[in-house]
Design a protein around this ligand. Structure first.
Ligand code: NAG
Ligand code: NAG
Ligand code: NAG
Ligand code: NAG
Ligand code: NAG
Length: 299
């Protein structure tokens, strides 16, 4: 080959390589108004995303939930992908086999329910705006990331794998309004130092394995609804209830191991404080228990 032919050959090779990796533009479905829905697409860990162009849209959805969709997988949101999604403020990715994700500052609302999600990465010192976080039906065992999310208003962690929890993680979550920790395997909740959550209005702890609820360090001055149904509690400290939850209105307490003597006294004090004791689970199919106080079983 002469020099000229060599140059042409090189050019052709480069051109061919360039053509083999064009930018692939991901298109939004027309299914939902104001939402850019991306389906029929797979993102796995080892993938090179530089060849894709993601839509620049404030409200993105991966997958077609609640409609059945087995064509869309987003196994991980890497740092690289998080950087590409900077302008997205609202993200839905339900039932897409998600396992881990890097958060970005502008994201305000994330619904990642019904996945295998167990790790949400945050960087210290970032100004995260996340307000609504739905992680229900996943595999979280630890939630240290909440420390980096001072703007959180609702956190749904129903149906995860939590076993113990340090409530001091919520120290900075002064905007937190609703916290749902139901249907986990929580045996202990600890708190180091006093914890003031001035806006918390609803706390769901039902269907866990709590045998003690130590609220002595809590001051949840706006809490209206507390659900401890289906745990292993024998008694509640009414002194703590009065002090920690001064605005409590509803207390769900069925399906525990209440001591009858205590429960009897507790009920009287609840009425004095205008707190309504309630049952959360319908007990129609269950055999009536041998002893009860106001339809709450005791032993
Ligand atoms: C899904 O994408 C593949 C190419 O990646 C295409 O061949 C197929 O027709 C698409 N299916 C639907 C339902 O859009
Ligand atoms: C998730 O998607 C699969 C199909 O990929 C479907 O079989 C399953 O029912 C879906 N689960 C939920 C909770 O929607
Ligand atoms: C979170 O997602 C689940 C399942 O997709 C849904 O039932 C629930 O209402 C959502 N939680 C909130 C607080 O919106
Ligand atoms: C509840 O606490 C207040 C002060 O915080 C007190 O005045 C009141 O007597 C207490 N009520 C009961 C029933 O313990
Ligand atoms: C509750 O206390 C009342 C009297 O204060 C008593 O008559 C009743 O038997 C007690 N019930 C139980 C289940 O201990």
């Amino acid at each position: 080959m002469g020099e000229f032919e060599q140059k042409v050959y090189c050019f052709l090779v480069l051109f061919a390589v360039g053509c083999a990796y064009p930018t692939k533009k991901l298109e939004c479905n027309e299914q939902r108004e104001h939402v850019c829905e991306i389906s029929n697409f797979t993102i796995v860990e080892s993938m090179d995303l530089s060849e894709y162009e993601f839509p620049d849209h404030p409200h993105l959805a991966f997958g077609t939930f609640p409609h059945s969709d087995d064509s869309t997988y987003v196994v991980t949101i890497s740092k690289e992908l998080a950087d590409l999604l900077q302008s997205t403020e609202k993200l839905e990715m339900q039932n897409v086999s998600l396992q881990s994700m890097v958060l970005w500052q502008n994201l305000r609302s994330l619904d990642a329910s019904h996945n295998n999600f167990f790790e949400l990465f945050v960087e210290p010192g970032q100004n995260y705006q996340l307000r609504e976080l739905n992680l229900s039906y996943n595999r979280f065992q630890a939630i240290d990331f909440v420390q980096a999310l001072p703007a959180l208003r609702t956190l749904d962690l129903r149906h995860n794998y939590l076993e113990s929890l340090d409530f001091s993680l919520f120290d900075m979550a002064t905007e937190l309004w609703k916290l749902n920790l139901a249907n986990n395997r929580i045996q202990t909740i600890s708190t180091s130092g006093s914890l003031h959550l001035p806006r918390l209005s609803s706390l769901m702890l039902n269907d866990n394995m709590l045998s003690v609820l130590d609220a002595s360090e809590w001051r949840f001055s706006m809490l209206q609804e507390l659900n401890v149904a289906r745990n292993r509690l024998r008694y509640l400290s009414m002194c703590e209830v009065n002090h920690s939850f001064p605005h409590l209105q509803m207390l769900y307490m069925d399906e525990n191991r209440w001591d009858c003597g205590h429960l009897n006294a507790t009920m009287r004090q609840l009425h004095l404080l205008s707190v309504k004791p309630m049952s959360y689970y319908t007990t129609e199919d269950v055999e009536p228990c041998p002893k009860s106080v106001e339809e709450i079983c005791c032993y």
